[in-house]
Write a protein that binds this ligand. Structure first.
Ligand code: DX5
Ligand code: ZN
Length: 216
């Protein structure tokens, strides 16, 4: 029913050659580009913001998936809508009224997702799963690429996959953090649909081989 999609995260790309990196990803079978926005408050790191996202928007036709790791996602969503991204996720831990923000994103024809830290129980999402286009399951603590995969999240993916089936829902399950060919099969078997990967792809001599290796 669901086909695995690979979403390279630009966080590990060479920013001094961003256009070339994106063009290589474009011709290497990437399905989606994952953009990690960090504010230095919600996570202990800063990445990039609207000007860079806008530049990326002009460099590729691939769908852009913006992962907001910020304390005030409500403030950023309107700018992302304006830029024309296709997917937006925010962290459940940062928002008081997630139902409202999800509805706002979806009203603009953009896929809405909620991200969950490794320490946040998965069943806290139950009541909004029917509304969501995707769940972003964090398999590292957000903030940096190249961290070790936390294997306990496999149970969360399985939970979501079982819940989706039991309730005839259709949200995607996206997994982010420490994803490599060493765990991609387990992730896909547990029910993941979209695999985000930064360091594994960008440290590989061939992005295309790495992307292929993640598919099974
Ligand atoms: C972590 C980011 C991830 C990160 C993944 O805060 O949300 O998207 O770039 O990096 P890897 O694949 O190297 O763990
Ligand atoms: Zn991410």
């Amino acid at each position: 029913m669901y086909k695995a999609q690979i979403a390279p995260s630009l966080l590990s790309s060479d920013f001094s050659r961003l256009a070339a990196e994106i063009s290589t990803l474009d011709s290497s079978g990437a399905d989606i580009l994952h953009l990690d926005v960090m504010d230095g408050h919600y996570v202990p790191n800063l990445s990039f913001g609207f000007p860079i996202i806008k530049a990326v928007r002009n460099l590729t036709q691939l769908p852009l998936d913006v992962h907001l790791m910020v304390t005030n996602p409500d403030f950023h969503v309107p700018r992302l809508i304006e830029i024309g991204v296709q997917w937006i996720s925010f962290h459940q831990e940062t928002v008081h009224h997630s139902h409202r923000l999800i509805s706002q994103i979806k009203e603009h024809g953009i896929k809405a997702g909620v991200a969950l830290n490794p320490a946040t129980p998965i069943n806290t999402l139950d009541s909004i799963l029917p509304l969501l286009d995707y769940v972003l399951v964090m398999s590292v603590n957000p903030g940096y690429s190249a961290q070790a995969f936390i294997p306990e999240v496999l149970d969360k993916i399985q939970y979501l996959s079982d819940y989706r089936k039991a309730h005839a829902l259709s949200f995607y399950i996206e997994v982010d953090g420490g994803v490599s060919a060493a765990n991609s099969t387990a992730l896909l078997n547990a029910g993941a649909d979209i695999l985000v990967s930064a360091s594994y792809i960008f440290n590989s001599p061939s992005y295309s081989t790495a992307i292929q290796a993640l598919r099974h």
